[in-house]
Design a protein around this ligand. Structure first.
Ligand SMILES: Nc1ncnc2c1ncn2[C@@H]1O[C@H](COP(=O)(O)OP(=O)(O)OP(=O)(O)O)[C@@H](O)[C@H]1O
Ligand SMILES: Nc1ncnc2c1ncn2[C@@H]1O[C@H](COP(=O)(O)OP(=O)(O)OP(=O)(O)O)[C@@H](O)[C@H]1O
Ligand SMILES: [Mg+2]
Ligand SMILES: [Mg+2]
Lengths: 227, 227
């Protein structure tokens, strides 16, 4: 499903180049459940934005579902993002002027689902992440972990084949984090491909494989052995 | 240093009351190192905002350093926040139009420190959190964990007697998180009072005491025994 070959991403600050990703190669089969770990600033989020077609690489090649993404124009990229990919941002990126329910319903508008179906699915996923009684809150009226869970519900409601989560349990207590991981495991059993950035080994052990980043490169790739 | 007696905080959404903190009492002596844990949505951040004089309680009494905070006016509260308290927000709250260095220097402007001293201290704390080579980046040019560390540096630069951190390692890998905890331990040894919200037991074990929240109340308070 994912074939990243020697991906590179440089940021520019004035004349200074910041090479955030420096030649990262990775292949992920359909249905795999992968964790990405690595030090703060090692390029994980930048790499996830490349996988999620949210940003264009400076170099290298990226095939998603057999299509070479760099050859697509912006409209085609937006279509792929909306139809195939669910993205949970490290900073949630909820729209502040919409309620939790409206935030989760929004991606389904682009997918052309009727309102009743959008409402039903949004309610279903908000209940699954434990926020049944917070649906009409605005993001500023939610705790950190509650905002994060709205972002998770929003990423899942279009039934994406690829789910990318950037530290999706970073602000959740152990028990709520476990509930979210069992939700991801259910989706994994349904055949979705899931890639999560995490810094918590207890979260990574739910995955099948751990890819390690350091200084913008993949430095490790191991199977998770059951303890 | 801290004496919270039956603190309550209600939020209102239209006519609906959301009781976020429902009678939380807690005493913390000067120089203690306390962790606050509890489920997502249990009132930890709301309680921390009350302790940090960033919000007024709906009920109850709060003495900070012997002064009853509810009797102070807004100017006196701002003075206490700036002189005595360093607050690391769960969502960082960095100013987007200032660099990392400028963000860390800002609280010292209110404290009336000369520019050379502000610059020196800001540089010192940014180096201590591992961001010597990211000083002139804007928040949008920093990773999640780097933004968090700028927020930590900013909270420490005024030498506060009380340091309040809301999930300060939530987006940091284990090693960077350990570096931040050893920084907090140094500050603890200097006699500062430190209160951290965390959901990670590995972080909480660096503290001396764990206070547990559930549904807006303190439900547990135990000493950390060395493993
Ligand atoms: N401005 C607000 N208006 C209405 N309700 C709010 C507001 N802020 C927080 N809440 C609610 O109050 C409860 C407590 O919020 P708080 O942020 O203190 O929780 P928390 O323990 O810090 O959670 P987390 O671990 O997820 O960060 C939550 O259920 C939240 O929905
Ligand atoms: N827009 C930008 N402009 C310049 N530099 C950037 C920008 N975004 C990120 N960086 C830098 O690129 C590097 C990689 O950032 P990235 O967000 O991918 O790291 P990360 O592994 O996700 O870190 P964390 O675990 O702290 O979230 C960081 O050192 C950061 O300072
Ligand atoms: Mg990141
Ligand atoms: Mg919180």
């Amino acid at each position: 499903l994912i074939q990243a070959i020697d991906l590179r991403k440089d940021y520019y600050i004035g004349e200074v180049v910041i090479p955030a990703v420096r030649g990262a190669s990775l292949t992920i089969q359909r249905g795999e459940f992968v964790a990405i770990m690595g030090p703060s600033g090692s390029g994980k989020s930048t790499f996830m934005h490349l996988l999620g077609c949210l940003d264009k690489p400076t170099g290298g090649t990226y095939y998603l579902d057999g299509v070479e993404v760099s050859r697509l124009d912006d409209d085609e990229l937006a279509e792929i993002r909306n139809r195939k990919i669910g993205f949970v941002f490290q900073t949630y990126n909820l729209l502040p002027r919409m309620t939790a329910l409206e935030n989760v319903m929004l991606p389904m508008v682009y997918a052309g689902l009727p309102k009743r179906e959008r409402y039903r699915r949004a309610q279903y996923y908000l209940e699954r992440v434990g926020l049944a009684d917070r649906m009409h809150h605005y993001p500023t009226q939610l705790s950190g972990g509650e905002q994060q869970r709205v972002a998770i519900a929003r990423a899942l409601c279009n039934d994406p084949i690829l789910i990318l989560g950037d530290e999706p349990t970073g602000n959740l207590d152990t028990r709520t984090g476990e509930e979210i991981m069992s939700l991801f495991q259910d989706l994994h059993r349904e055949g979705r491909t899931i890639v999560l950035v995490t810094h918590e080994p207890d979260i990574a052990r739910h995955c099948e494989r751990i890819v390690r980043f350091r200084d913008g490169k993949v430095v490790g790739d191991e199977k998770v052995t059951e303890p």
